[in-house]
Design a binder for this molecule. Structure first.
Ligand code: FER
Length: 374
């Protein structure tokens, strides 16, 4: 009987790690090579040398919830199955762990957290009660709408917040607010209650009254996260067609909104943060205010996000990049900030003490909402 211990570290699409095998009389250790993640599949190779013969063991794993089901193929001649369980938050895996880093939060995604000198808050923590429903103030409304999506080819849903006293006699700016990998058009309401945060900010006259559009950013016919949300990541990459081609025109026909770039903002959490940076920065004629909170590995490399620093600087009214210092995905946002700083592209870099969770995202919305449309 041999005991196999696998330690995996995921950084975006790349996987590194090692295997250690304890046999009755000896122990063998090997670093993996060629590790990668593609949707719900993880592949890596353990180099094995037997009597001067190089024989690779190839692991192909299907990620599902907290488990990875592996097929282990030894050279061309043997194959076996095994299941690894993820040990959340444990710094060293006992047997097959996907991801290290943020304890708590969701998923414990990402790699080790190495904070840099700039990783400091740009804003104080919001006042107590910023996210608690208040009595005696005016409240906005939430409604679910359906629109025809040309790119996806069916009817899709979006949750809309209209501010207190919304009237066709006034024209409002619009914030498009995007969800994360396991989310949908209800995720922000469920986890962040933007209607509460906005009602409070409007009552305190700290924001311009605005409409918030919370769509489903998983642009595929079945847009539920399903049992393996990671496998739906490619659909997040196609949402720009639906957003620009169908959703915005629908919103601008149905609601009393101002139809110019300076009256449109795009922000989101995690996968939605990546989408906001990717789609926002490549569509500066549509959006002037852009925010990425704890942006996920779907975020394009910074040099691709902003190929023309001068043009972006001219067009951007706000670029807000934030992450929690307990979030295993912070490297993504650190890299974006590093590039923006190097190229002197004006932006806000805000790092608070939270993890990959709604504590950070609610504060992101609170800060971002006060800066836009002014
Ligand atoms: C990943 C880790 C996290 C990834 C996406 C996420 C596409 C998204 C997390 C979230 O939306 O909360 O490797 O790859």
């Amino acid at each position: 009987m041999q005991k196999y211990t696998i330690t995996l570290k995921q950084d975006g699409a790349t996987v590194t790690g090692k295997a250690s095998v304890e046999m009755t009389d000896r122990k063998r250790e090997a670093e993996f090579k060629d590790g990668k993640v593609d949707g719900d599949t993880v592949i890596f190779v353990e180099p094995l040398k037997i009597q001067d013969n190089e024989i690779n063991i190839t692991y192909t794993g299907k990620i599902s919830g907290n488990e990875i089901k592996f097929t282990r193929k030894v050279g061309d001649f043997g194959s076996s199955e095994a299941t690894a369980k993820r040990e959340d938050g444990a710094p060293q895996a006992a047997s097959g762990q996907r991801g290290q880093g943020a304890p708590g939060g969701r998923g414990g995604f990402g790699g080790p957290i190495e904070l840099r000198p700039d990783d400091k808050p740009a804003f104080p923590d919001p006042p107590e009660g910023f996210d608690k429903a208040r009595e005696g103030i005016a409240h906005g409304k939430l409604e679910m709408v359906e629109y025809d999506s040309k790119s996806v080819g069916n009817k899709r849903k979006a949750l809309i917040y209209t501010p207190p006293g919304y009237s066709g006699d006034t024209r409002y700016p619009a914030l498009y607010l995007l969800h994360g990998i396991g989310g949908d058009e209800e995720e922000w309401r469920r986890g962040g209650h933007p209607e509460v945060i906005l009602d409070n900010l409007i009552a305190d006259k700290k924001v311009v009254p605005m409409i918030i559009v919370m769509p489903n950013g998983r642009a595929q016919t079945d847009d539920r996260p399903g049992p393996n949300a990671m496998a739906t990541a490619p659909a997040f990459g196609k949402f720009d067609q639906d957003l620009l081609g169908s959703l915005i025109p629908f919103i601008e026909a149905k609601y009393s909104v101002i139809k110019d770039r300076e009256s449109r903002a795009l922000a989101g959490l995690s996968m939605g943060g990546g989408q906001s940076l990717n789609f926002g920065l490549s569509n500066l004629d549509t959006f002037a205010w852009i925010g990425g909170f704890s942006s996920a590995p779907n975020t394009k490399p910074a040099a691709e996000l902003v190929p023309d620093a001068e043009k972006a600087t001219k067009q951007l009214k706000l670029l807000y990049v934030s992450c929690g210092n307990k979030d295993g995905l912070i490297r993504i946002s650190q890299n974006v900030h590093g590039y923006l700083k190097e190229k002197s592209i004006p932006h806000i870099w805000h790092v608070d003490d939270h993890a990959h969770d709604f504590q950070h995202w609610k504060r992101g919305l609170y800060n971002f909402a006060q800066l836009i449309f002014r």
